[in-house]
Design a protein around this ligand. Structure first.
Ligand SMILES: Nc1nc2c(c(=O)[nH]1)N[C@H]1C(S)=C(S)[C@@H](COP(=O)(O)OP(=O)(O)OC[C@H]3O[C@@H](n4cnc5c(=O)[nH]c(N)nc54)[C@H](O)[C@@H]3O)O[C@H]1N2
Ligand SMILES: Nc1nc2c(c(=O)[nH]1)N[C@H]1C(S)=C(S)[C@@H](COP(=O)(O)OP(=O)(O)OC[C@H]3O[C@@H](n4cnc5c(=O)[nH]c(N)nc54)[C@H](O)[C@@H]3O)O[C@H]1N2
Ligand code: SF4
Ligand SMILES: [Mo]
Length: 712
């Protein structure tokens, strides 16, 4: 019999590209982009094309593993493994209290539309404040800034309506990531070229000429970590030349005068010198941005991790706010978000403030004055919460598709912390760097073996695009969905899980459809209804133009304004102006980038991705290579004040001088100089979460890391 073809979507990353999948004898044998899909038009990337290998690989875990008394892993039926975990959790909660249980949802968990809600509601049912997600390793300042300085309820200008765009340390052509207002990550390169053909002006700021920078009208090779100078300089130009939207500022913005005063410290020549830019280019970029009628400034991970994340994000908010880059009354809302119940009120006004980080009454960490961001604890306190005795010491950790050994700052400390736990449960289809250290590894189903909805990608869809996919194959062995794991644990522990729409049944396991309906209760359309529509549509996605919300007039009785002078800002800009971070003897800056052939550490075991690369090269400018006596293809020792790693030298004239550019999430805890060609190196060995961290979000310095380079 020939293959059966199913329409579904990829979940290797959050872009959720529409795919056709061929199945023979219950096995995925081929995948390709679905050319008929209205949003994706057949687009896929090299990672998604390896889904067959990922599902069928001989290295994949088909059963769970539990350590025996000798410390050896023993293959264990899923239900027995879960019963064992539940009894260990019961013992730990009874001995140390509920905060001793931590749950970390990493980027592998974000493949599953239900894993975030399942893991969060489990942690809440336990009563633990120790819930963590990769959002706080990633871009916590975006969440904080929106809550603190004002969120426009109707959303920002969308990319497709823009005539100008400013990307700061965001390379969507490789990452398939952008904040709302940035380029949707499906066919990002084609999308940008098409918009440029219609007149879009593109400005890109990045210390290396990234893939997207090569398409820019103005490319600003900003010095790592000096984005605040660049942005303050641009604001200075826009304010002093009167290029901002006076009417909008008068109607909706407080704190403008304080901002205008603070950026006076950065006239273009001062800003350009500090940011390592040409002054005329900086001025031209400011005029180009303000000269557009629609279009946003957006950032990626680079500047968020480069030491002044919150300040940078604040200044970007200021640019968009004073230039009024928002949807207005009567227009279609920016992102319809079919499955996002929290977004339903779309008004031409600022949302009420949300208490954030460190606010009164929010759960606090025991370290560095940090506390909950929304409902989660910042990742950069986890190692200390595990290692430090006292009330609330974490004794059990469940990691759902996270890889703390390579994702978190200070690898050696995180490894010590993981090894100190009484129970470390890793939910992972692979023997990852973290799975190897776990007490229990639970084997989950992979994406094509699950039902899912498109809730995690819909913030890029400018049309009301929605999809409920069926599982196209059954999982091997006794692998199950992550939501079933958390439900079963709660069931054994006698806990009640509660989702957005109310309590889950705990006497019988809910179906995924029931779970999803309850999870997004109040959404524009229920998952179960979208499911019926997709089934009737041959499995393809649905677009519901009639559901697109229009921006309503402001509600005068609940009127709020942006406050650009709230809390620490703009005072932090003044302190930045006075202090230049230098580390004697560490004159280079190591900056982070994404590997094209991996998604963080996901993809290391896959054959074709390995054939492309097994290491994360150190990209260095050829003149620096010559000056330092390094050799292309040779080894370089990269040292921070904290540790030394090794990298394979790769010459690139796209990288600014004085910079080394490397991907993270390579290199296990026991990787060394000798096997760096086969495994790569962990850039997180170089950093510590207790020095140079952002005082507001706790984000540690994971880009713009001061290092010195020597031949090895
Ligand atoms: N120095 C430095 N550090 C960084 C960054 C940086 O740029 N520089 N980036 C940061 C960012 S943005 C992030 S998001 C974090 C990521 O940090 P983490 O989320 O902790 O790390 P990942 O490598 O994404 O971990 C993914 C895990 O999921 C597993 N996995 C793969 N497929 C599946 C699946 O289908 N189901 C489940 N349950 N698991 C699966 C993988 O084997 C792996 O163990 O790292 C951060 N750390
Ligand atoms: N192929 C692939 N795709 C991925 C991932 C992956 O590992 N591989 N990871 C996923 C994850 S978890 C996330 S969060 C997103 C991230 O998505 P992006 O943020 O778009 O990630 P990058 O492609 O690393 O782009 C960040 C850029 O910031 C630049 N940069 C570094 N430091 C600085 C600085 O100080 N200032 C400025 N202005 N720029 C700087 C880097 O050179 C880089 O080009 O990508 C996701 N997509
Ligand atoms: S961009 Fe992401 S969702 Fe699309 S094919 Fe690649 S890995 Fe899959
Ligand atoms: Mo991330």
């Amino acid at each position: 019999m020939g293959p059966r073809t199913h329409k579904t979507f990829c979940r290797f990353c959050h872009a959720n590209c529409a795919m056709e999948v061929d199945v023979v004898d219950g096995k995925v044998i081929a995948v390709r982009g679905d050319p008929q899909d209205p949003a994706y038009g057949g687009y896929t990337c090299m990672k998604g094309r390896e889904l067959p290998d990922s599902h069928n690989s001989e290295h994949r875990l088909r059963h769970s593993l539990v350590r025996n008394a000798d410390g050896a892993f023993v293959e264990t039926p899923m239900d027995q493994a879960l019963a064992h975990v539940a009894s260990e959790l019961r013992r730990i909660i009874d001995t140390y209290g509920p905060h001793s249980v931590a749950v970390f949802m990493g980027s592998g968990g974000f493949q599953n539309s239900a894993a975030m809600a399942a893991s969060l509601s489990f942690a809440q049912a336990v009563g633990s404040r120790n819930f963590y997600t990769s959002v706080t390793l990633d871009q916590p300042a975006k969440v904080f800034t929106t809550a603190r300085y004002g969120k426009w309820m109707a959303g920002p200008n969308t990319f497709s309506e823009s005539d100008v765009a400013l990307f700061i340390g965001n390379n969507p052509i490789v990452s398939h990531y952008a904040p709302v207002g940035g380029v949707p990550p499906f066919s990002p390169s084609r999308r940008i070229r098409d918009k440029k053909a219609q007149g879009l002006k593109l400005i890109v700021a990045d210390p290396r000429e990234s893939d997207v920078a090569r398409l820019a009208d103005i490319y600003l090779p900003v010095k790592p970590g000096e984005d605040p100078a660049m942005l303050a300089g641009m604001l200075h130009v826009i304010i002093s030349e009167g290029l901002y939207d006076r009417n909008f500022v008068a109607a909706h913005v407080d704190g403008f005068d304080q901002l205008a005063e603070a950026v006076k410290a950065f006239p273009p020549e001062v800003a350009a010198e500090r940011a390592g830019l040409d002054k005329d280019q900086l001025v031209a970029a400011a005029r180009m941005f303000a000269g557009g009628s629609k279009g946003c400034a957006v950032t990626g991970t680079g500047p968020e991790m480069a030491g002044h994340g919150t300040l940078t994000e604040y200044l970007v908010t200021c640019l968009n706010t004073i230039c009024a880059r928002f949807k207005q009354e009567g227009e279609k809302a920016a992102i319809p978000g079919v499955f996002s119940p929290y977004q339903t009120a779309r008004r031409a006004q600022v949302a009420p403030p949300v208490p954030m980080f460190g606010a009164e009454g929010m759960p606090k960490s025991r370290f560095r004055g940090l506390g909950h961001l929304g409902w989660e604890m910042p990742c950069n306190v986890l190692a200390d919460e595990i290692l430090t005795p006292g009330e609330g010491q974490v004794r059990a950790l469940i990691s759902v598709g996270g890889n703390p050994v390579v994702g978190f700052p200070d690898q050696a400390k995180m490894v010590r912390a993981l090894d100190d736990l009484e129970l470390f449960v890793q939910i992972d289809p692979w023997m990852s760097a973290s799975a190897k250290r776990a007490t229990v590894v639970l084997a989950p189903s992979q994406c094509l073996e699950r039902e899912d909805i498109t809730n995690l990608s819909e913030w890029w869809h400018e049309e009301p695009y929605a999809r409920y996919t069926e599982a196209v194959v059954t999982p091997p062995g006794d692998c199950i969905d992550e939501y079933e794991m958390f439900w079963t644990l709660a069931h054994y522990l006698g806990l009640q899980m509660v989702l957005n729409g109310g309590p889950l049944p705990m006497d019988r396991k809910p179906t995924k459809e029931e779970f999803l309906d309850l999870m997004v209760a109040g959404s524009l359309k229920k998952p179960s209804e979208v499911r019926k529509d997709c089934q009737a549509n041959g499995g393809a996605a649905m677009v519901y133009p009639e559901l697109h919300p229009l921006v309503e007039p402001p509600d005068e009785s609940a009127f709020h304004r942006f406050d650009l002078a709230a809390g620490e800002m703009p005072a932090q800009l003044g302190r930045y102006a006075e202090n230049r971070a230098t580390k004697e003897g560490f004159d280079f800056r190591l900056i982070s980038r994404r590997s094209k052939t991996r998604f963080n550490s996901i993809g290391h075991p896959l054959k074709k991705l390995r054939a492309k690369t097994t290491t994360n090269p150190a990209y260095i400018h050829p003149e620096d290579i010559a000056a330092l006596g390094l050799k292309e293809g040779g080894l370089v020792a990269i040292s921070s004040p904290h540790a030394t790693i090794h990298g394979i030298v790769k010459a690139s004239d796209k990288v600014r001088r004085g910079v080394v550019s490397m991907a993270h999430a390579y290199g296990d805890a026991d990787a060394t100089k000798d096997d760096v060609r086969e495994r790569g190196a962990s850039t997180n060995r170089l950093v510590s979460e207790v020095v140079d961290y952002d005082p507001i979000t706790g984000q540690s310095l994971q880009s713009a890391i001061p290092v010195k380079l020597e031949p090895a």
